[in-house]
Ligand binder design. Structure first.
Ligand code: UDP
Length: 237
């Protein structure tokens, strides 16, 4: 296996014989642009398991994606894609960076979901993108932006439903897209408690916000999400 790229929490691997790509989930957890960073045993396996279950359900619902299948405890097979350097954020409630910019009550439910785009650049703290900037920086065209937004909203509806079944509120989440060989936009990366805000009925946090806030039991809460999803989906992945 050849290491193609390594990020904060995942590795991209290429099997030259089989000509297949893989994503390996690492045990690292980071926050505030690497200001906080440590390893948490089992995190890779938890996020791999959660991503695989969510992607399987999204796939059944017709979302085109790079995800192919789960290979082992911390690896998924993925299709070859050219990543679009954009974080697509969907919000159902006011929290996080939204509250820093707009005067809403913390946790307030929106009348309709909000989709926002941010340019992936840690050094510049992921600046927000406008239509003008998409064009100016030659990141994506109007049709591609519309496609990403439409997929993001559909994914939100499916995810909200999945999480509702396990008594979890999907506050917000981040997804990333890539382009396949046919130049079609497809869902890529991961979806797990690192990239979502997940609240229990009493407002308990089951996601990376626990780590950001220095709360205990981060992995226990990730594990609870995986167990509830497994039970709910009756999947054996
Ligand atoms: N998010 C992410 N990666 C990032 C930034 C945000 O996965 O680099 C997720 C975050 O976990 C949350 C959603 O995107 O579920 C919205 O995050 P927000 O814009 O509120 O940013 P933050 O509060 O992390 O600055």
């Amino acid at each position: 296996m050849k290491l193609v790229a390594e990020g904060k929490t995942k590795k991209v691997l290429f099997d030259e014989g089989a000509r297949k790509y893989f994503l390996e989930f690492k045990d690292d957890i980071t926050a505030f642009n690497m200001v906080k960073h440590e390893k948490m045993k089992g995190k890779g396996e938890l996020n791999c398991g959660i991503t695989a279950i969510l992607f399987e359900v999204l796939k059944k619902n017709g979302i085109p994606m790079a995800y192919v299948k789960k290979i082992d405890e911390k690896t998924i097979e993925v299709r070859d894609v050219k990543m679009i350097p954009v974080e697509v954020v969907v919000r159902n409630r006011a929290y996080g960076s939204f509250l820093k910019r707009f005067n809403f009550k913390e946790g307030e439910e929106f009348k309709k979901p909000l989709v926002e785009f941010f340019f992936k650049d840690d050094e510049k703290n992921d600046p927000q993108l406008t239509r003008e900037l998409f064009e100016f920086l030659d990141i994506a065209n109007e049709i591609e932006i519309k496609k990403m937004k439409a997929y993001a909203l559909k994914i939100n509806e499916i995810l909200k439903e999945i999480f509702k079944k396990i008594d979890i509120v999907l506050v917000d989440f981040k997804i990333e897209f890539g382009k396949n060989n046919d130049n079609n936009i497809i869902l890529a990366d991961e979806i797990d408690p690192d990239s979502c805000r997940l609240w229990g009925k009493n407002g308990e946090m089951y996601d990376k916000e626990r780590y950001r806030k220095g709360l205990d039991g981060v992995m226990e809460h990730y594990n609870e999400i995986l167990n509830r999803l497994k039970k709910s989906a009756r999947l054996t992945i």
